[in-house]
Design a protein around this ligand. Sequence first.
Ligand code: M6P
Ligand code: ZN
Length: 194
Amino acid sequence: MVSMAALANPFVAILDGGDSLGDVATTMSVCRYSDLAGLVADEAALAVLVDDGDRAVYRVAKPASSQFGDELRFAVTTIESGVIGEELHMTKGHLHVLPRAEMYVGLEGLGGVLLSDFQRVRWLELRPRSIVTIPPGWAHRAVNVGHERLRFIAIYPQDAGTDYATVAARGLGARVVRHGDGYRVLGGDDLELT
Ligand code: M6P
Ligand code: ZN
């Protein structure tokens, strides 16, 4: 039997529509334009935005970290609406270090998730009440394609780990750009975009 000392405490978090997780101790991280250097198609457009106040592109609220590797964790991510040149606001994107899955549950706004296993690229729309599944081995990036903020919950194993270097070096094989009032996914020639 597992000793009592080894068990984490169950808890409930209540989303209030803002960044609060109710009574749960929360850590917030903020990603600004400057944090997206090296990841966007139009670095010159990014430099202008960095000089012009370097606003936050997205923020992530998580319960304060736990020490147990076999727990599930969650994060609430809010991506503001906007573009960098033509490219829509997005997360940095990462691959899990371990072969771990993740799920995104849409709360507000219109967006999508770009996924790549470095052979194939997938684009899955993320809207309120959508559940996007990210299998192990697929790098992933969320994109806000709407005109309001995009907010979603991510649920993943605590020990998944985030490898940013692979996505920075190889990209995700596609970019999501504003097209009229909507958007378009531009895929690389050598990749199957489905
Ligand atoms: C989701 C989850 C988090 C991630 C966040 C921002 O909430 O996937 O684990 O940190 O999006 O994405 P990134 O880490 O790629 O900046
Ligand atoms: Zn992830």
